[in-house]
Design a protein around this ligand. Sequence first.
Ligand SMILES: [Zn+2]
Length: 286
Amino acid sequence: MTPSTITKTLHLNGTPFKVHAISTGEVAVKSKFRETKLKGKLAPLSFIFGRSFTEWMPIWVWVIEHPEGLFVIDTGENSRINEPAYFAQCDGFTKWLNRTQFKFRVQRAEEIDQQLEAIGLSCTQVDQVVMTHMHIDHFDGLHHFPDSEILVHRLEWEKPYGDIPALYPSWLSPKLVDLNQNHPILGPIASLTSDDTLQIVHTPGHTYGHTAILLRTDEGTLCFAGDVVYHQGQLHQDKYSGGCIDFKAAAKTYERLRAFAKSESVVILPSHDGEAGERLEKLSFF
Ligand SMILES: [Zn+2]
């Protein structure tokens, strides 16, 4: 089991606030799903026919006690994932993919609701849930947040890749976010708070509409990177996941993130990076 909550106190214009890293269980993927030399249409072949799996990786959910509200980034996985009938309403391909290419290890106590309670918070207090993208290990805790506003990038919702609507909560009707500003390095971006300290930015490649979330603090910028990469080293080494839908877009996203991290102090926090919790704790910049 991955170590659970890591809490870091940071500041926004001198005001202290907390950021929590919570791992909602663990996932392993086919090794070449995480990283392959093949690009384009051949890439899936490398992991489908590969036999080896990665080590167990965390499934991070990020919780921000921002002065403007309580924000949760992604919702993690839930403990029913390994029940035999979990994918019963899904199409055959989805069932096959999720049962053969990925492995999950999630206990009930690791789900986001109980872990929030453990740090004195509750799902009902969460104002907004911001989704980096709509893949199962990011959306499968959504049913804990019927009272929160769910934010999804419009393109991620309207042109999904690898989503599984059959498993969404029946009430899900997200607020679709349009990226109406332009960052000189990162491109399309939008602010989620009036003080511009929480922003959502387009980081395509893993999916068409994938987004990263930026938190601009006095100490530096946290970049909640979703599945742009599986670990920070992939950005340094220019290594790509076999699961990308658009490798050209992924390469552009890597370039932009590297340039951004040169222009200011940025902590890169991918959703499945085993070292991301420690990086947050130590504020290790890219
Ligand atoms: Zn994903």
